[in-house]
Design a protein around this ligand. Structure first.
Ligand code: F6R
Length: 357
């Protein structure tokens, strides 16, 4: 039930701290060690490469997951859009493990891949919010997101839950492979929970950003580098699906290779800077578009902020910033849709789970 909230989406954005706490609790044993089903640990140990298969927002979560598997556990990982993979299957490694990420567990495009790879005898793991869903029943193993039911068509808490659960899975993979990642993940996820709460409490300030940047525009761009680029893809998807503003996410460095031609006077550009390594580069990209008339909304993180930034999220571990920065984009999409009088929870032409290929 959405209770006192005006919309399910708003409730579900607000559910995220509780979902994080639930995940921390579910994936930890009495001694506060990360806890994952031994059968899944065996799958990870036996795999020489991970193939993450998903669609839409879940695909965007998979892109972040790849960073965890490769940077922490050193396991090569590919992320594929399900509907492409079925008809354009890449070369597979000798011992692939297929990880299906799906909030609903019912996405037909992902299921089509599962059916194919089962014929080939490969191992599968479904990461889903819905126990007993088709992808959960048909895969060899399942990890549950514990985000609670997600009703709004635009996915919010499932995305952050997917990233959190993938981070736990990757940490366990690292542990099993004897890699020291130098991070106490559960402690850092607890800090993330606090940071998400702070952003939620600050929703009125984010509504002001919408007033300033998105009231009349027909398009908007989201730029970032590395993980911030992936969050930009998700921010753009969220904005387009419920506000119907044409929105695109781009890698900051790609602008000059074509996209920058789209920038006009007052084109809104959301630029995200939560990674120290690329902080100056993305700011350079922001200046490039600003010089061509764009209205840049610079979103950074405590510790990396500069004078004039539009919004600064609380400081969290660099690998976990998507869990917090995306909440800003969720609110931006929510208020943009609300201000345009759209049906926030049930955008036109879309269904909550896509059960046709
Ligand atoms: C966007 C959104 C969709 C889903 C996609 C996959 O807000 O919700 O892009 O992420 O249809 O759905 P699941 O995760 O259920 O497989």
């Amino acid at each position: 039930e959405k209770g006192t909230y005006d919309h399910y989406m708003l409730k579900e954005i607000n559910d995220q701290p509780a979902a994080m706490r639930k995940i921390i609790q579910e994936y930890q044993d009495e001694d506060e060690n990360l806890k994952i089903d031994p059968a899944i640990i065996k799958q990870l140990r036996d795999a020489d490469r991970l193939y993450v298969i998903a669609a839409g927002t879940s695909y965007h979560a998979g892109l972040i997951g790849k960073e965890y598997f490769e940077k922490w556990a050193g396991v090569p990982t590919e992320v594929h859009v399900a509907s492409e993979f079925v008809y354009n299957t890449p070369m597979l490694s000798e011992k692939p493990l297929f990880i299906f990420i799906s909030q609903s567990g019912e996405t037909a495009d992902s299921r089509a891949v599962l059916v194919e790879i089962k014929k080939l005898g490969h191992q599968s793991l479904t990461v889903t919010n819905v126990p007993g869903s088709t992808l959960s029943r048909e895969a060899d193993q399942t990890l549950i997101l514990h985000a609670g039911p997600e009703i709004a068509v635009a996915s919010t808490k499932a995305y952050t839950a997917q990233i959190a659960v993938l981070s736990i899975l990757a940490q366990v993979a690292a542990r099993e492979l004897g890699k020291d990642t130098g991070i106490n993940l559960m402690t850092e996820l607890a800090k993330v929970t606090t940071a998400i709460t702070a952003v939620i409490d600050d929703a009125p300030a984010i509504e002001q950003i919408v007033n300033e940047y998105l009231e009349t525009t027909r398009n908007a761009f989201f730029i970032g580098r590395t993980m911030d680029y992936y969050v930009g893809l998700e921010g753009a998807l969220k904005l387009k699906e419920i506000s119907y503003i044409q929105a695109e996410g781009f890698a900051g460095g790609e602008l000059k290779h074509g996209t920058i031609a789209l920038i006009e006077e007052n084109t809104p550009v959301f630029a995200l800077a939560t990674q120290e390594r690329i902080n100056l580069n993305i700011r350079g990209n922001a200046q490039e578009v600003e010089a061509r008339g764009a209205k840049v909304c610079m979103i950074s993180m405590e510790g990396l902020e500069q004078d004039g930034d539009t919004y600064v999220i609380p400081h969290v571990h660099e690998m976990l910033t998507p869990l917090v920065s995306v909440v800003v984009y969720q609110f931006i999409a929510y208020y943009a849709a609300l201000h345009r009088g759209n049906d926030v929870d049930k955008p036109r032409n879309l269904a909550k789970s896509v059960t046709v290929e």
